[in-house]
Write a protein that binds this ligand. Structure first.
Ligand code: NAI
Ligand code: MG
Length: 398
């Protein structure tokens, strides 16, 4: 069989450091692949006016599977100022390459697992009834709709007249906003389609069934956001009844869910939500398992088999130029395991996860975040493992 080709997208800042370590771990686990690097990120915005060049889109189109580090994004005006002089005043507007990739390839399923590792000093703890310390083990997988909702970019400040007139036909808009001058109104739309809603719900239920989770929780707000959250919950009820009767369907409002997750996170299994609430709740759960150094994700389109695997952290620019990289590579390594699962290399993924779990349980090798240090260039001198040393420890277990 010919070797698979994986597209690597290191992006900016610490993206390359964590990606390089993940590749070494994949290699040590026996994963055989060719890697081709795709251009993406700030450098390409500044020099070419496009942070996601067409050639990168074509690479992913061809090879289908990508490992992505992180990118730097900056506000519109700042981005425009950093364009190379030859590109200034051409009316180029920065937009996030990762959001564009999601939309271009319809990577509408975003999956973010949050599992606690035994022995991780960053695990969430609470007090029990008699004041004793409890450390609930979190095992939650969040399915976030990744292309629609509040992140779809359909928005205006001082909306066009046609949009404004259409809004004025809604009695509630007229009553509550009709007195504000049009120029002072900003609108971000929250659009859900049935098709995408069904796809994220089914992905959540299928995952629950395959992995033995007893419940799927819809984390929306159907009692208030009646049309979009409402349709998601209604469809969840129909899908559960018709096709997943053995899985419990829970409906927990997103605000309440953010409260419950620090009271009884162990009660939740699979959670499904729209784009923004999914983003928020996944960060909430990630905080319980150690934060950004541990938060991994997959985004994929089940129809085309195109998938992109990335830690949820950003490019952490303040750590990018350290001589020795100090950031935790676990989130990126776990994201690579999700890639392995996606392409059917489940055994290899399991092997790597076990190695990571062993290193964390032993507690001898810990990056600065796990030692609760402030991130500074000298943390390694004070006993923290560097990015590379953490990966080395995992490789040693493999
Ligand atoms: P960030 O995630 O890059 O960093 C926030 C803080 O989290 C860091 O200062 C560091 O203390 C910690 N951190 C992040 N990754 C870590 C790791 N692997 N190990 C240990 N600690 C870690 O978020 P920030 O500072 O808000 O954004 C920096 C840049 O990244 C911005 O330009 C932002 O737009 C971009 N960004 C990109 C994302 C992506 O590529 N998907 C996601 C989030 C932010
Ligand atoms: Mg986020």
């Amino acid at each position: 069989m010919s070797k698979r080709t994986i597209v690597t997208l290191p992006g900016d800042g610490i993206g390359r450091a964590v990606l390089d370590e993940a590749l070494r771990v994949l290699d040590a686990a026996g994963f055989e692949a060719d890697y081709v690097e795709g251009d993406m990120g700030w450098e390409f915005w500044c020099n070419e006016g496009n942070p996601l060049p067409e050639r990168t889109i074509q690479l992913l189109e061809k090879h289908k599977v990508g490992l992505f580090g992180a990118i730097t994004s900056k506000p519109k005006d700042e981005a425009a100022r950093e364009l190379s002089p030859k590109l200034q005043d051409k009316g180029l507007v920065y937009s996030s390459p990762i959001v564009n990739l999601r939309q271009h390839f319809g990577l509408d399923i975003c999956m973010r697992p949050c599992h606690s590792f035994k022995g991780n000093p960053l695990n969430f703890i609470r007090r029990g009834a008699n004041g004793e310390i409890e450390e609930p083990m979190v095992d939650v997988v969040i399915f976030r709709q990744n292309t629609e909702g509040l992140y779809s970019g359909v928005e205006w400040s001082d909306p066009p007249a046609l949009v404004y007139e259409a809004l004025m036909t809604h009695p509630k808009f007229k009553k509550n906003f009709g007195q504000s001058p049009k120029a002072e109104i900003s609108v971000s739309t929250r659009i859900f389609t049935k098709k995408a809603t069904e796809r994220i719900l089914r992905a959540a239920f299928i995952h629950a069934r395959k992995n033995g989770y007893k419940s799927v929780t819809v984390g929306e707000k159907p009692n208030v956001i009646r049309e979009t959250s409402g349709i998601m919950y209604k469809m969840a009820q129909e899908i559960q009844k018709a096709d997943f009767p053995e899985i419990q369907l829970w409906n927990t409002n997103i605000d309440a869910l953010m409260m419950w997750l620090t009271k009884n996170p162990e009660n939740y299994g699979v959670i499904v939500a729209g784009n923004m609430f999914g983003d928020i709740v996944s960060d909430g759960f990630a905080g319980l398992i150690g934060g950004l150094g541990f938060a991994c994700s997959a985004q994929y389109n089940p129809d085309t088999g195109i998938g992109l695997f990335e830690p949820t952290h950003g490019s952490a620019p303040k750590y990018a130029d350290y001589d020795i990289s100090i950031v935790n590579p676990v989130a990126m390594i776990e994201s690579s395991c999700m890639m392995l699962d996606f392409i059917g290399e489940n055994k290899m993924a399991k092997k790597i996860r076990l190695a990571v779990a062993e290193v964390i349980a032993e507690g001898k090798v810990r990056t600065y975040d796990m030692m609760k240090m402030r991130g500074m260039a000298d943390v390694v001198k004070h006993g923290a493992a560097s990015t590379r040393e953490m990966a080395d420890a995992i490789i040693a277990k493999l």
